[in-house]
Design a protein around this ligand. Structure first.
Ligand code: ME8
Length: 520
C-alpha cells in the first residue's frame, strides 16, 4: 500500500557454534512482540532474524564436531530456525551469512569503504578473544590464575600477529559523538548510551578488519589471502536482507535505515560504534536506534554451559506453556535490566496474573453470558458512569501501550494492560451482575455487554505478547478475524449484541505444582 508507514527491525544473528538457549529466545521474542504490535498498528513491517556462520569460533566448533564447517552450520542454523517456529515468531525473513548474496553485500560494503579511503593494509599484533570474536587492547585485560589474559567479558584471549587490513576507526570519534548528540534516541536505554559515549570519548584505535590465519569467512575483494573480520561480515546482514547492493533495491529503499536493531548488552559496542562508522564510511545512513537489553541468569546463577544450567527454551515451554513463557519473560524484568529465571516466579505470575486476574475475568464474565443469557451476547441499554469509565479506560489505553512499546518498555505495556484487567475485575465486583440477574435483567445485560467489550479490548491488546491465547479469547467473543487490529479499538461494531457465543473454556489454566516434580 503506498504511503503506509514502514518499520524494519532486526535481532542479532546468532552464532551457530552451539544450541540456541533462552537468551537467544528472549531477544527474538522482544522483536516478535514489537513486530506484531506494529503490524496491528497499521505498519508495513520487515522483521529479520538469522544466523552468523563465519569466523574462528564457528570454524573451531565444526572442527571439534569433526564436520566440515558448511555442513555444521547447515545443521545448527536449522536448530535456530526450528526454535523460531516453535516460539511462534513472526519474522519475515531468516538470513544466513553463508548465503551467496551475503558475500556479495559484504564485499560491496568493503569496496565502498576502500574507495572512500577508510581501509589500509598493515600488520595486527595484539590480543584476540575467539569466544567474543573481538580484539582487545592490553589495558582492557586482566590476568587469570594461570597467567592467561582475560577480556572484560571473561573470555580468554590469545596473541595474534598477522597481516591485516585496518578500518580507520580512530578518525570516527568526532563524527560519532556528533551523531549521538544529534540523535539522542539512537542508543537505549540511557545508561547504555552513556557507556558508549564515554568509550568513544576515551579514543579509539583503528580496527583490524581482516584475518589471514584461517579461511572460514567472506573473501576480501582482490586479495585472496584475507578473509573479512567476522563482525564486518555479520553486521552487513542487516542490509543484505534488503538486497543491498543491487541497483534500485526496492526493499533497501523502503526499509533502510532500520528502525531498530535489538541486541543484548554484550554486543552493543559493535552495533553502536563500529556499525554506524562503517556505514557512514561507505556513504550509507546509520540505523535509527539500537536497544541493548539485559542478561538472564538461572536461579541467581550466570547461565553457562560449564555450570550445566543452560535453560532450553523448549523445555520451559513444555513445562509452563508457550504464551505463559512469552508473558513471563517480558513481564518479569524491566526491559533493559538483567533478570533471573526462577520456577517460583514464573509459577507465581502464571497463577496470579494469567489464571486469576485475566483468565478468571474472562471465564466468569462469559460464563454469566452463558448462564443468564443463554449464550447470546446481550444488547446493552443506556450506559451509566461506571460503564463509560471502564469503556473509556479500555479505549484510551492504546495510547499508553503505544508509548511503552515505542520505548521498548514491554513490562510497562503489560503493567498498564493489567491495570485494565484489575479495573474490570473491580467493575464486576461493584456491579454484581449475579445480583442484577435477580433484580434488574436489563441492567445485567448492559453490564455483561460492557464486560464483553472490555475483554475484547484486552484480547486485542495482548495479541502481540500471547498470540494464541489472545486468539482463543477473541474467538470466545466471536470477534471476526479481520476485526482484531488496532483500528477496531473503541469501535463497538466488532461485538454484535445478539450474537451466539460458544461455551467458554478457561484460556489460562492454573499451573499445578505436581507438573514439574520431575524437573526439580
Ligand atoms: O554475539 N541473556 O551471537 P551470539 C540475554 N553473532 N540475552 C542473551 C543471553 C543471556 N544470558 N545470552 C545470549 C553474537 N543472549 C553475534 C551477533 S549481530 C550482527 C552478530 C542474546 O550467538 C543477546 O541478544 O553470541 C546477545 O546479544 C546475543 O544472544 C548473542 O548471541
Amino acid at each position: 500500500m503506498s504511503g503506509q508507514k514502514t518499520f524494519y527491525l532486526t535481532t542479532p544473528i546468532y552464532y551457530v557454534n552451539d544450541a540456541p538457549h533462552i537468551g537467544h529466545a528472549y531477544t527474538t521474542l522482544a522483536c516478535d512482540v514489537l513486530a506484531r504490535f506494529k503490524r496491528l498498528d497499521g505498519y508495513d513491517v520487515f522483521f529479520l532474524t538469522g544466523t552468523d556462520e563465519h569466523g574462528q569460533k564457528v570454524e573451531k566448533s565444526a572442527a571439534a564436531a569433526g564436520i566440515d564447517p558448511q555442513r555444521f552450520t547447515d545443521e545448527v542454523s536449522q536448530n535456530f530456525r526450528d526454535l523460531a517456529d516453535f516460539m511462534n515468531y513472526s519474522h519475515d525473513e531468516f538470513i544466513r551469512t553463508t548465503e551467496k548474496r551475503h558475500a556479495k553485500a559484504s564485499q560491496a560494503l568493503w569496496t565502498a569503504l576502500q574507495e572512500n579511503g577508510h581501509i589500509y593494509l598493515d600488520t595486527y599484533s595484539g590480543w584476540y578473544a575467539v569466544r567474543d570474536e573481538a580484539f582487545y587492547a592490553e589495558d582492557e585485560l586482566t590476568e587469570g590464575p594461570d597467567g592467561k589474559k582475560i577480556a572484560p567479558s571473561g573470555a580468554e584471549c590469545e596473541w595474534v600477529e598477522e597481516p591485516s587490513y585496518f578500518f580507520d576507526l580512530s578518525k570516527w570519534q568526532e563524527p560519532l559523538l556528533k551523531f549521538y548528540d544529534e540523535n539522542p534516541d539512537f542508543i537505549a536505554p540511557p545508561s547504555r548510551r552513556n557507556e558508549v559515549i564515554s568509550f568513544v570519548k576515551g579514543g579509539m584505535h583503528d580496527l583490524s578488519v581482516s584475518r589471514t590465519s584461517f579461511s572460514w569467512g567472506v573473501d576480501v575483494p582482490d586479495d585472496e589471502k584475507h578473509i573479512m573480520y567476522v563482525w564486518l561480515d555479520a553486521l552487513t546482514n542487516y542490509i543484505t536482507a534488503l538486497d543491498f547492493p543491487e541497483k534500485d533495491a526496492e526493499l533497501y529503499k523502503k526499509f533502510w535505515p532500520a528502525d531498530l536493531h535489538m541486541v543484548g548488552k554484550d554486543i552493543l559496542r559493535f552495533h553502536a560504534v563500529y556499525w554506524p562508522a562503517f556505514l557512514m564510511g561507505a556513504g550509507l545512513k546509520p540505523p535509527r536506534r539500537i536497544f541493548a537489553h539485559g542478561w538472564w541468569t538461572n536461579e541467581g546463577e550466570k547461565i553457562s554451559k560449564s555450570l550445566g544450567n543452560v535453560i532450553d527454551p523448549r523445555q520451559i515451554v513444555e513445562t509452563y506453556g508457550l504464551d505463559q513463557v512469552r508473558y513471563f519473560l517480558l513481564r518479569e524484568v524491566p526491559f533493559g535490566n538483567d533478570g533471573d529465571f526462577s520456577h517460583r516466579s514464573i509459577v507465581n505470575r502464571i497463577n496470579s496474573e494469567l489464571a486469576n486476574d485475566l483468565g478468571n475475568l474472562a471465564q466468569r464474565s462469559l460464563s454469566m453470558v452463558g448462564r443468564y443469557c443463554g449464550g447470546i451476547l446481550p444488547v446493552p441499554g443506556d450506559l451509566l458512569d461506571p460503564d463509560e469509565q471502564i469503556l473509556g479506560h479500555a479505549e484510551q489505553l492504546i495510547q499508553d501501550i503505544r508509548g511503552h512499546i515505542d520505548a521498548q518498555a514491554f513490562h510497562e505495556a503489560l503493567e498498564v494492560i493489567w491495570g485494565l484487567v484489575r479495573a474490570a475485575n473491580a467493575y464486576v465486583d461493584a456491579q454484581a451482575p449475579w445480583q442484577l440477574h435477580k433484580e434488574n435483567p436489563a441492567r445485567r445485560d448492559t453490564v455483561l455487554y460492557v464486560l464483553a467489550e472490555t475483554i475484547r479490548h484486552l484480547g486485542i491488546y495482548i495479541q502481540p505478547f500471547m498470540p494464541s491465547s489472545a486468539a482463543k479469547m477473541l474467538n470466545l467473543l466471536a470477534v471476526p478475524e479481520n476485526a482484531r487490529d488496532f483500528r477496531h479499538i473503541g469501535s463497538h461494531s466488532a461485538l454484535i449484541g445478539g450474537a451466539e457465543l460458544i461455551k467458554p473454556e478457561p484460556v489460562f489454566p492454573r499451573f499445578m505444582e505436581a507438573d514439574t516434580s520431575e524437573m526439580r
